[in-house]
Design a protein around this ligand. Structure first.
Ligand code: ADP
Ligand code: MG
Length: 239
């Protein structure tokens, strides 16, 4: 398993009590698998990604990435693992306004000390992969929301991650642009054999994923069947 969360518990301070964000969560994601995490706002979805991404440490339980137990690493080692193994895609692409699409990717490579020629070749290949080869020289304001999000996906792949963590990638997009992004994430997950966890409260694109789990009050319920009734791709009753 690329990502394994076992009995993971996380709480936040809440006045004189603690708010339980993750209650004994189990989640195992294999290489080449796109898992959607759905559930209402405040149910703990982003907290799950933060723990899986080594951004915050679980209070108890175990998180392993590529078989490595995060709890056994010190902070610098965790940071290194995050840089080397994990790509993040957020709700907004958070691109730098003054940089071209290509330079957004090259900046990441520069920070990770990837040699310039390697980085340039990789960045061009990734922009091509997300359908933006012709827009490599465009700045964010010259791109549509969907295109910006696809730059964000390409940027997340610059470090050749084994784990991709995606938070609400379609919430700012219309249906068709959202679908393009999710389809792209699925295909890249399969082609690159990356393990991908995609948080979404958008049920429209769930039929494109390999598996759906649902968060409720910090608890993860295992696979929800995706009912494909009436016509291809209809998703029913995902709660
Ligand atoms: P979701 O992404 O499903 O909306 P979150 O993981 O963001 O849920 O939040 C889960 C719960 O934890 C919510 O009740 C939220 O208010 C609370 N929470 C999230 N982050 C913090 C924080 N840094 N400090 C305190 N409470 C937080
Ligand atoms: Mg969230």
């Amino acid at each position: 398993m690329t990502l394994s969360l076992t009995d993971v518990r996380l709480t936040y301070p809440d006045g004189d009590r603690r708010l339980v964000a993750l209650a004994d969560v189990d989640l195992h994601v294999a290489a080449g698998e796109l898992v959607a995490v759905t559930g209402p706002s405040g149910s703990g979805k982003s907290s799950l990604l933060a723990v899986a991404g080594a951004l915050i440490t679980a209070e108890s339980g175990t998180v392993t990435i590529g078989g490595v137990d995060l709890g056994a690493l010190d902070q610098p080692a965790r940071d290194r693992l995050r840089r080397e193994q994990i790509g993040f895609v957020f709700q907004q692409a958070n691109l730098l306004g003054s940089l071209t699409a290509l330079d957004q990717l090259l900046l990441v490579a520069h920070i990770s000390r990837v040699p310039r020629a390697v980085a340039r070749e990789r960045a061009q290949r990734l922009l091509d992969r997300v359908g933006l080869a012709a827009k490599a020289g465009k700045r964010p304001h010259q791109l549509s929301g969907g295109e910006r999000q696809r730059v964000g996906v390409a940027r997340a792949l610059m470090g050749e991650p084994s784990l991709l963590l995606v938070d609400e990638p379609t919430s700012a997009l219309d249906h068709d642009r959202g679908e393009t992004v999710v389809r792209m994430l699925r295909d890249i997950t399969h082609e690159n054999q990356v393990a991908t966890v995609m948080v979404t409260h958008d049920v429209q694109h769930l039929h494109l994923t390999d598996r759906v789990v649902t968060m409720h009050d910090g608890q993860l319920t295992p696979a929800q069947p995706i009912v494909t009734g009436r016509g291809a791709g209809t998703v029913a009753a995902v709660r």
